[in-house]
Design a protein around this ligand. Structure first.
Ligand SMILES: Nc1ncnc2c1ncn2[C@@H]1O[C@H](COP(=O)(O)OP(=O)(O)OP(=O)(O)O)[C@@H](O)[C@H]1O
Ligand SMILES: [Mg+2]
Length: 463
């Protein structure tokens, strides 16, 4: 697609010659003779680049430039003016013009300037897209759920994000969304442009964790060949997320407390106090109160951390979020797998809502991912769910030894009868759903029900 240019000049001859030249160069060109007309054209269909004469009959060109930038801050503008007026040009550049073309226009130069300006604006847009992509997934509106529990969590977290609070504790069982919430708090705070650093306190031995967090001086220990900054220094201005804080050793707990209280620390092997401005978000899936009682977690650190505590409720305590989350992940995986979005059958939905979810949202996500791999008829059925959730054994979904023909043979009609019976039992007599489970139409199922004399007391077929 060719780039669109808009020429704004009151002199007809100049408009005409520019139009001719630039159209020949492959651009889509339109023009306006007044500032007013230019702004109208931009509102109607914003071009990629504007060539703007600073001396216009109706308004001051600088004023038009200002309005253009208000309307569309990323629009590239090249200024043209007959006066060798450096002062105005400087003013225009300050207002965000890309470059300055003195009149009479040097047409050879023009092509190069336009190409550069367009490239610069594409690059800018790319960078902007990238940074949006980078930030977008972690906003509060990405946290799915309408239950009271999750709404309260988000409301508090929003306040915390905007506040000056420098320590936040997030508690909640595994898979309830602690990571997600920590990132949302960071990316919706005034610290969003600064680093978000994350570390799990379980994942490594104490001395390593210590130098990761606080950095070390050269020669602090055998492997310390160079000086290294720790996460607290790197995260300056931003947020550090200490996951599994309950697993932190006693020695490090004391150092952490010092940072929280004095905002300063020393690198391993260092003598200089380093002061940082970092928000600490700590998370734990164990009850820290209990860890304090059993003596594995410092009481003073606990009190320091729990000033702002957010507790994510387990999924089984907010069951109304389950269908929403299930559909959210169906959408996600259908995009991921480039597969048509399946319909979540009411039977499968009911099973999902009933289940206890010991692994919380993460487990639900995994269950939906698995189901999306198995389903291929456009309907997500109980048979696509794992047995513990009440779906059929996997053998019913995938051809498996359970279905091997016995050497003594079978009567096929009896197998069929048995499966029809089971499908009706599983759907409590709902023939539409039973038919779906067997890959039959409702009429085909009805025919078999009659043939096998399986007049199950059925609930009213809702669908
Ligand atoms: N409310 C939610 N909306 C959308 N996705 C969610 C929600 N809660 C959790 N998730 C997703 O579920 C998965 C698990 O969440 P997360 O990693 O944040 O849990 P966690 O509490 O940190 O678990 P752990 O204690 O095991 O570290 C992630 O893929 C996350 O994106
Ligand atoms: Mg986590």
């Amino acid at each position: 697609m060719s780039s669109q240019l808009l020429i704004v000049d009151d002199e007809r001859l100049i408009r005409w010659s520019l139009e001719q030249t630039l159209a020949k160069a492959g651009y889509e060109v339109s023009s306006a003779s007044t500032g007013e007309a230019a702004l109208a054209a931009i509102r109607e269909d914003p071009p990629d680049l504007i060539l703007l004469d600073l001396k216009l009959p109706d308004t001051d060109g600088l004023q038009v430039l200002r309005q253009i930038k208000e309307l569309s801050p990323h629009l590239q503008v090249l200024i043209m003016t007959a006066y060798a007026d450096v002062g105005t040009a400087v003013e225009a550049m300050k207002l965000g013009a890309y470059d300055y073309l003195p009149k009479p226009i040097d047409f050879e130069n023009l092509a190069v300037t336009i190409r550069n300006a367009l490239e610069a604006s594409q690059l800018k847009r790319k960078v902007q897209l990238l940074s949006e992509k980078h930030l977008y997934p972690f906003h509060f509106d990405r946290i799915v759920g309408t239950s009271r529990g999750i709404r309260e969590v988000i409301a508090v977290a929003r306040k915390v994000a905007r506040s000056e609070a420098t320590t936040v504790l997030i508690q909640g069982e595994s898979g309830t969304g602690k990571d997600l919430l920590a990132k949302a708090i960071h990316y919706e705070s005034a610290r969003a442009e600064e680093p978000f650093m994350e570390i799990a306190c379980t994942a490594m031995p104490e001395t390593l964790l210590e130098s990761e967090l606080f950095g070390h001086e050269r020669g602090a220990f055998t492997d310390a060949k160079t000086q290294k900054k720790g996460l607290f220094e790197v995260a300056h201005g931003g947020t550090i997320f200490l996951d599994e804080i309950g697993d932190m050793s006693g020695g490090l707990q004391a150092k952490l407390l010092r940072i929280l209280e004095e905002r300063s620390f020393r690198r391993v092997g260092g003598t200089k106090d380093i002061t940082v401005d970092v928000r600490v978000i700590a998370a734990s899936n164990r009850d820290l109160r209990q860890a304090v009682d059993s003596g594995t977690f410092r009481k003073d650190l606990y009190y320091r951390l729990q000033v702002v505590t957010i507790t994510l409720p387990p999924l089984r305590d907010r069951r109304e979020d389950i269908p929403l989350l299930a559909r959210h992940f169906l959408g996600y995986f259908s995009r991921e797998f480039k597969k048509r979005l399946p319909h979540l059958s009411s039977e499968a939905e009911r099973l999902l809502v009933q289940y206890e979810w010991p692994g919380n949202v993460r487990e639900l996500r995994n269950v939906i991912e698995r189901a999306m791999i198995l389903e291929d008829t456009g309907d997500l059925l109980p048979g696509h769910l794992p047995p513990e959730i009440g779906g059929l054994a996997p053998s019913a979904v995938l051809p498996a030894p359970a279905f091997r023909l016995p050497e003594t043979g079978v009567v096929l009609e009896e197998v069929e009868r048995e499966f029809v019976r089971q499908a009706l039992a599983l759907t409590r007599g709902n023939q539409t759903r039973a038919a779906r489970l067997l890959g039959l139409t409702r009429d085909e199922l009805r025919y078999r029900v009659k043939k096998f004399g399986l007049n199950h007391k059925s609930e009213e077929d809702a669908e």
